[in-house]
Design a protein around this ligand. Structure first.
Ligand code: ZN
Length: 110
C-alpha cells in the first residue's frame, strides 16, 4: 500500500504546484502596474515550480510570458499582439523579439 500512498502524494503535490502557478500569475497581474519589476520573478518562480513538478503552463499562461526573455507580458502595455495568417504574433517590447502561436479561437466579427 506504500506505493499507493506515494502516488497519491505525487498527485497532491502536482495539484498544489498547479495552484501555486495560478497564484503566481495572479500576483504578476496584480503587481504589473505598481511593481513591474516583480513580475518577472513571479513568472520565473511559476516556471521553476512547473519544471520541478512537471506541470505544464496552460496555453493562456504561456502566452503571457515572453518565450525569449521570460518576462510577463501585458498586451497593450509591454507587448504588441497582431494576428497574421491564423497565427497570433506577440512582440515583446523588452527584448524586441516575436513569439508566434496558432490562433485557435474563432475571430470576432467586426
Ligand atoms: Zn522578451
Amino acid at each position: 500500500m506504500a506505493q499507493n500512498r506515494r502516488k497519491k502524494n505525487k498527485d497532491l503535490s502536482k495539484k498544489i504546484a498547479e495552484e501555486r502557478i495560478i497564484l503566481l500569475f495572479e500576483l504578476a497581474e496584480q503587481n504589473f502596474k505598481t511593481h513591474p519589476e516583480r513580475t518577472k520573478r513571479y513568472v520565473e518562480l511559476a516556471r521553476l515550480i512547473g519544471m520541478r513538478y512537471r506541470v505544464r503552463l496552460t496555453r493562456d499562461q504561456k502566452r503571457r510570458v515572453c518565450k525569449h526573455c521570460y518576462d510577463y507580458l501585458v498586451p497593450g502595455n509591454n507587448c504588441r499582439i497582431r494576428l497574421k495568417d491564423s497565427m497570433v504574433q506577440t512582440t515583446c517590447f523588452k527584448c524586441g523579439k516575436m513569439s508566434r502561436y496558432p490562433y485557435y479561437e474563432r475571430p470576432e466579427k467586426e
